[in-house]
Design a protein. Structure first.
Length: 148
């Protein structure tokens, strides 16, 4: 995967492989090494990351210490400026609600919010979720699917 010149917003499906070995980890790591501006995320991304780590501990795919180390590394990366928290305000909720009410896609609530956040910020959404990327294309929102 080549680098991206535009400002980018990572959803959780693209963020988690940066911190945990997965098939697309190399692609995400290479991409983040080529981005010169802070990568956009949101409180939703952070919350979903915490949820994913909790699930991985419950399913014994990670240990508690590993999960803590991943989240602390993520927090260090936030402090270093690798990531920039983008707001999710009422306007993004309304945009997501409108897309959902339009029933043109199979978007689910949280994915619609990620899409609205990246759209409002003028950022390219980077996601490993093919369904989300297909919905973005249908709605005319810039999205790039991260693949292994």
């Amino acid at each position: 995967m080549s680098g991206i010149e535009a400002r980018v917003y990572l959803d959780t499906s693209a963020l988690l492989p940066y911190y945990r070995p997965e098939p697309m980890s190399d692609a995400v790591q290479q991409l983040l090494q080529t981005v010169t501006t802070p990568v956009g995320i949101s409180l939703l991304t952070e919350t979903e990351l915490a949820s994913a780590l909790a699930r991985l501990v419950r399913t014994e795919e990670l240990t508690e210490p590993q999960a803590h180390r991943i989240f602390h590394t993520f927090e260090d990366d936030m402090r270093s400026g690798l990531f920039r928290r983008m707001p999710i305000a009422a306007a993004q909720f309304k945009k997501a609600r409108g897309w959902l009410l339009g029933r043109r896609t199979t978007l689910r609530t949280l994915d619609a919010l990620h899409l609205a956040c990246s759209h409002a910020s003028g950022m390219v959404l980077l996601s490993a979720d093919a369904t989300l990327c297909a919905a973005a294309q249908m709605l005319g929102v810039s999205c790039r699917q991260v693949t292994a």
